[in-house]
Design a protein around this ligand. Structure first.
Ligand code: GLC
Ligand code: CA
Length: 521
């Protein structure tokens, strides 16, 4: 069981550069997050995940860290960070920052030292360097010909992100691959522990851990080496910070939730369960979604089986951790790309009443549109998901007072864009819908983060899906036809998003409805 505060944590993910700009330079900042904490609370969230705010050349939007101990000037100062932790805590909000442990920027001082012809001993093997400049990477992506050092080095993601050396499980190249307990990989571990302790001492409550599965190389599917490293890191850091919470970008609870993480994400990877719900489509030659067989697409034929085939084994492997649903994140197209508002309302009602700690991606709660935009800071198709938050109808939709051409990314220029101000005033808005879903979640202990989930009705070719959370029975009808479900006991309606009724132990459920039933007493 993780930190006690996780039992009712509901997270809001903030992409800091696009949230709220307080000094008119066109880029969101930490003071902007502080100013909007009451808004975050008003949605029903009580925890944050903030994407990387470290000093960085921003070739991958900050996932290329140049200095783990410095806040990027465009976001503010260390004082601002400490103020955010303090003010958030006063308001009952916990804060996770993003930890990028697997790689740094090529501009990081460690890497600059290690690429010298004669690097100092401390950093010579902080990264994975091969024997000489003509050496291949043993199946891993590598870069050569760029450094005075006579070697190639392994990268984790983009070229700008050399992989830190946590060692190898299976060693094919003994001249340059090291076991995980060799001195250099052990020193890398200690360096990451130091970064964690530094930020926990400043006041953060834990970390979202970037590419948590990527540390040890040649580590197979279940990643025993990476698990061993995380066990060591988390055990050590928790000695000083027992309430630290960690969520992994791993999407493999059988590993992640058995090596020290409290939470793992259900992510949009490899056509898996999340995508079966909301983004299971092909795209035509213009990039538009076609043949959308997402479960929540009203006119699709999808049953819940594709979702369950991937979700259930992962959920069942969670041990005493949390397998967490997201509305979206900064890496995938917003669901507004392919789902209309009614479809998204239902999908979010489902996602936000599932087990695990829910994560709302900023702007999903007002239905910000996905737009095709030229790439920014390594975003590519992700760029259109990272556009400025839309607050009101003032200049730049209230995001910033900078001239429009100075904004981090352009605000939505089209009529029909949503804003927080307009949605506050409309009882039927997405924002107020999300609020009512989260209010229901909070009012029902059976909808809590750790409460069980059990399938009651799911069949091939059948749109209807019924399942239990604790004693509650939930039923979803994502399609365009009314459906009925025979109940095995007497239930009362507790709450419906859409409409449903019960007569003679038969539930009738209207199109695009999620209903929650409680046992009749
Ligand atoms: C993770 C991040 C993504 C980043 C990548 C490399 O997937 O979520 O935004 O580009 O790791 O750090
Ligand atoms: Ca700013």
């Amino acid at each position: 069981m993780g930190a006690n505060w996780l039992k009712d944590a509901i997270f809001y993910e903030i992409y800091p550069q696009s949230f709220y700009d307080t000094n008119g330079d066109g880029i969101g900042d930490i003071q902007g997050i502080i100013e909007k904490l009451d808004y975050v609370k008003s949605i029903g969230c009580n925890a944050l995940w903030i994407n990387p705010w470290y000093d960085s050349p921003f070739v991958d939007a900050g996932y290329d860290v140049r200095d783990y101990y410095k806040v990027a000037t465009r976001y503010g100062t260390m004082d601002d960070a400490e103020e955010l932790f303090r003010v958030a805590h006063e308001k009952g909000i916990h804060v996770l920052i993003d930890l990028v442990p697997g790689h740094t920027s090529q501009e990081h001082a460690w890497f600059r030292e290690s690429s010298k012809e004669h690097p100092c001993e401390e950093y010579a093997h902080r990264y994975i360097w091969t024997e000489n400049a003509f050496c291949r990477g043993d199946g891993m992506p590598f870069i050569g010909g760029e450094s005075p050092r006579d070697g190639t080095y392994i990268i984790n993601f983009f070229k700008c992100q050399p992989a830190l050396n946590f060692g190898y499980t299976q060693i094919n190249e003994p001249n340059w691959q090291m076991p995980i307990d060799a001195p250099a990989p052990m020193a890398t571990r200690e360096a990451i522990k130091d970064v964690m302790r530094f930020w926990l001492a400043k006041g953060c409550d834990g970390f979202r851990v970037d590419m948590a599965d990527s540390l040890v190389k040649n580590d197979g599917n279940d990643k025993p080496g990476t698990m061993e490293v995380w066990k060591d890191i988390t055990t050590d850091v928790r000695k000083d910070y027992p309430d630290m919470a960690l969520v992994s970008e791993w999407n493999h609870p059988a590993s992640a939730l058995h090596c020290g993480f409290d939470m793992d994400f259900c992510l949009d990877w490899y056509g898996n369960s999340y995508s079966r719900l909301v983004r299971y489509y092909q795209i035509d030659k213009n990039g538009a979604p076609i043949r959308d067989e997402s479960y929540f697409k009203a006119d699709s034929n999808a049953d819940p089986m594709g979702f369950l085939a991937d979700f259930l084994p992962k959920y069942n492997a969670r041990g005493d951790g949390l397998y967490c649903m997201i509305t979206g994140n900064h890496d995938c197209k917003r669901t507004s790309f392919n789902l209309d508002e009614a479809e998204r309302k239902l999908a979010f009602a489902f996602l936000l009443t599932m087990p695990g700690a829910p994560f709302i991606y900023y702007g999903d709660e007002i239905g910000i549109r996905y737009r095709w935009l030229p790439t920014k800071e390594g975003g590519y198709h992700r760029t259109g998901t990272r556009t400025p938050m839309q607050w009101d109808e003032s200049e730049n939709l209230g995001f910033s007072t900078a001239p429009a051409d100075k904004l981090y990314l352009p605000v939505d220029p089209q009529p029909g864009h949503s804003t927080v101000a307009a949605q506050e005033a409309d009882p039927a808005s997405m924002l107020n819908h999300i609020r009512s879903v989260l209010a229901l979640r909070k009012s029902q202990p059976d909808l809590g983060n750790y409460t069980s989930f059990e399938v009651v009705h799911a069949k091939e070719g059948d749109r209807l899906f019924a399942y239990k959370r604790g004693e509650l029975l939930l039923c979803v009808n994502p399609g365009l036809n009314s459906e009925t479900l025979t109940l095995d006991a007497n239930y009362d309606l507790l709450h419906s998003f859409g409409s449903a009724e019960i007569a003679d132990k038969t539930l009738s459920i209207a199109p695009q409805t999620l209903t929650v039933l409680k046992p009749a007493r």
